[in-house]
Design a protein around this ligand. Structure first.
Ligand code: 6GU
Length: 234
């Protein structure tokens, strides 16, 4: 998968050299490119923002540098997906991560700052690629960079080969619609707290049933909105 990121803070993305995604880059599974939006400005001050029409606080990112940048980065054949991180977007979920990993082999992240990017940019881009505006959650970040990083990690790890043991992708929070069960390792007793007996029993069916109960219990307690109606009652 190829991922291009357009930002006025390319240095944010140096962390993509680290850990699993860093290895995936070295291994050629993820082809990541970070671009400085200011390279597509034409004035001496490399201006990327201006005051909003209609008034109001803050600044809006100008359309011209964005159109130049996206023209240069988007594929001509319309196969790119433009991802715009914004608190006004559709909530980003594991199921969106899965569908981006499965259906798109070129993602372009447009990281806005200030009060966002001139809305015409996305109208214009929609004739050249699919455009998705995605939010990490109901809180406000200073710009799209940190959100893009979270989305790139969530999507990137679903690209085949990035996570060494594909089974570890199955038994985790959100993959089956429930939160994860608690995990334990040795020693069996630590500071007076014992690992639950069932996990030492070697009885696979009972372990599986216990883990499922733990998942339902935790999900009911902290995220009842995720439960199907049938399991929400009690
Ligand atoms: Cl995607 N962007 C910004 N700027 N703030 C956010 C967000 C995204 N998701 C939650 N807050």
């Amino acid at each position: 998968m190829r991922i291009d990121i357009v930002t006025i803070f390319p240095e944010f993305f140096s962390v993509l050299d680290v850990s699993l995604l860093g290895k995936a880059r070295v291994d050629g599974l993820l082809d990541l490119h970070v671009h400085d939006l200011r390279n597509w400005t034409t004035d001496r001050h490399r201006t990327v923002d201006d005051t909003p029409y209609g008034g109001g606080a803050g600044m809006v990112m100008k359309p011209e540098p964005w159109a130049e940048a996206l023209s240069s980065v988007l594929r001509e054949d319309g196969s790119s997906t433009l991802v715009v991180p914004t608190p006004a977007g559709t909530p980003f979920t594991q199921s969106i991560a899965r569908s981006l990993a499965a259906t798109s082999d070129h993602l372009v992240f447009a990281c806005g700052r200030y009060e966002g990017i001139d809305a015409r940019v996305f109208e214009w881009a929609a004739s050249r690629c699919s455009v998705v505006e995605l939010s990490l959650g109901d809180y406000v970040l200073n710009g799209g960079e940190v959100a893009a990083m979270a989305m790139i990690e969530a999507v990137g790890r679903l690209v085949p080969g990035v996570v060494g043991n594909p089974e570890s992708l199955v038994e985790e929070s959100h993959e089956d619609g429930l939160l994860e069960y608690p995990s334990y390792t040795k020693p069996a007793s630590w500071r007076g707290i014992d690992v639950p007996d069932v996990l030492l029993s070697g009885h696979h069916a009972r372990v599986a049933a216990w883990r499922h109960d733990q998942q339902v219990e935790r999900t009911r307690r902290v995220r009842p909105d995720l439960l199907p109606d049938a399991e929400r009652a009690e």
